[in-house]
Ligand binder design. Structure first.
Ligand code: HSE
Length: 442
């Protein structure tokens, strides 16, 4: 049986998870693939760095270049993270014509195009199944299983940390800061949590899915991102009373009527990350704790849903091994670029600015409990052609200011922001309004 030799850079949590998964199931993989997978060398930060599974000392080195340059190593797995040294490592391997497997969404988001070009130039390939939603095989599904579809909508819960925090806020009626602190204590959230809770990790992932779906590489700068820091227990409760659950969603969808810039020929696509009111009747509302889910609507296949663990050593290892299998088969069949890392096919496409996108809204005002306040707010909204679909002014909140919750019909984001800015200036409005978008998945 032909053998393919793997060199791995990174022997920490994910790296040792990959090694362990291969130790457990490598023989099974070989019999399924007809190719023997062999781990030749593993570059680590330090021999004694903490790792959940052991890696034999004889395989380890602290010199990553010796792994990339080893003539026996045919495929490189990069699992070091970050965007600087990881890029150097990936480019070094690609330049030697060695296929690279990475789980690094930040790297792809920042330097994807450069890496794809290098893969093409040096007749190699880049595999990145583990970069989005961990163990969920969404990249392979979109690139291969759904190749015959146009993607009209993608909705992803792609950050386990945020989903864990929002789930606990909902179930326990707890405040964001308290759940975050507890999540950090339990190891579910990083000590420096910004990448996750401010939405950037989701931005990297949804940008990759949007690019695959729409055929132009999405610049992360064009993605509208809001994290979950401003979600309060109060909004979680009111959303619940209205029949909704708040989830951090990555959203990719075509903008109706091509958006404002009609002169463009290509697709205008919304690509965004923001907390969203999801109807409790929708399946995404039931995706809880650290689980991820990606909902994909194709014009041929219709609605599909993928659910699983988006992070963690074992789920990520499963995705990395899937890439190892593809790389091994591609080498065996002498076709390193059978499925190229990215195929541009909609070069005139563009991300629509968030102001052009249309959605429904939940808005919570803190207002003085005086006659005429609701009428004044409704008048400002009506002047912008923004319709109210329901109103809640709960009993039992008497005091300086009371909450007033409006559900708003579909409206363009820019018009909504402008109207809210006018309302915020009213003397009866006591705090900046809270606006959370609502998705009905139509
Ligand atoms: N930190 C991410 C999450 C996993 O919480 O889902 C890595 O992208």
């Amino acid at each position: 049986m032909r053998q393919v030799n793997i060199g791995m850079i990174g022997g920490g949590t994910v790296g040792s998870g990959v090694f362990h998964a291969w130790q457990s199931n490598g023989a099974l993989m070989s019999s399924r693939l007809g190719v023997k997978i062999h781990f030749q060398k593993v570059a680590v930060k330090a021999f004694d760095e903490p790792r959940p599974y052991p890696i034999p000392q004889a395989l380890m080195t602290t010199d990553w270049q010796s792994v990339v340059n080893d003539p026996a190593v045919q495929v490189i797995i990069e699992l070091v993270g970050g965007t600087t040294i990881a890029k150097t490592m990936a480019l070094a391997a690609l330049k030697l014509g060695k296929p690279v497997i990475t789980a690094n969404k930040a790297l792809l988001s920042a330097h994807g195009e450069e890496l794809f070009n290098a893969a093409r130039e040096y007749n190699s390939n880049l595999y990145y199944e583990a970069s989005v939603a961990g163990g969920i095989p969404i990249i392979k599904t979109m690139r291969e299983a759904f190749v015959g579809n146009r993607f009209t909508h993608i909705y992803g819960i792609v950050n386990g940390t945020c989903n864990y925090i929002l789930t606990r806020m909902k179930l326990e009626g707890a405040e964001f800061a308290d759940v975050l602190a507890d999540a950090q204590r339990l190891g579910y959230a990083e000590a420096e949590p910004s990448l996750d809770i401010d939405g950037f990790d989701s931005e990297h992932k949804i940008g990759i899915l949007a690019s695959l779906a729409h055929g132009f590489w999405v610049n992360p700068k064009d993605i509208y991102v809001e994290g979950i820091r401003h979600i309060s227990k109060l909004d979680m409760q009111f959303a619940g009373q209205l029949g909704y659950t708040i989830k951090l969603l990555g959203i990719v969808k075509k903008v109706a009527n091509g958006g404002a810039s009609k002169s463009r020929n290509g697709a205008r696509v919304q690509v965004s990350v923001y907390p969203t009111l999801v109807p409790n009747s929708h399946v995404l509302a039931s995706v809880n704790h650290v689980f991820n889910a990606v909902f994909v609507r194709g014009d041929i296949v219709g609605d599909t849903l993928f659910y699983g663990r988006g992070a963690g050593k074992d789920a990520t290892a499963s995705a990395v091994l899937s890439d190892v299998a593809d790389a091994a088969l591609d080498l065996k069949h002498g076709s390193k670029s059978r499925v190229p890392p990215f195929v541009p096919h909609e070069v005139a496409g563009a991300v629509a600015p968030i102001g052009e996108t249309i959605s429904r809204y939940y808005v919570r005002f803190s207002v003085a409990d005086k006659p005429g306040v609701l009428a004044t707010i409704a008048t400002i909204l009506a002047a912008s052609k923004i319709g109210i679909s329901s109103v809640i002014q709960p009993e039992g909140h008497e005091g300086e200011s009371i909450p007033l919750i409006l559900m708003i019909h579909d409206a363009p984001n820019a018009a909504m922001q402008k109207a809210l800015a006018r309302i915020a200036r009213l003397p009866v409005v006591k705090a900046p309004p809270v606006m959370i978008r609502v998705e009905n998945f139509e």
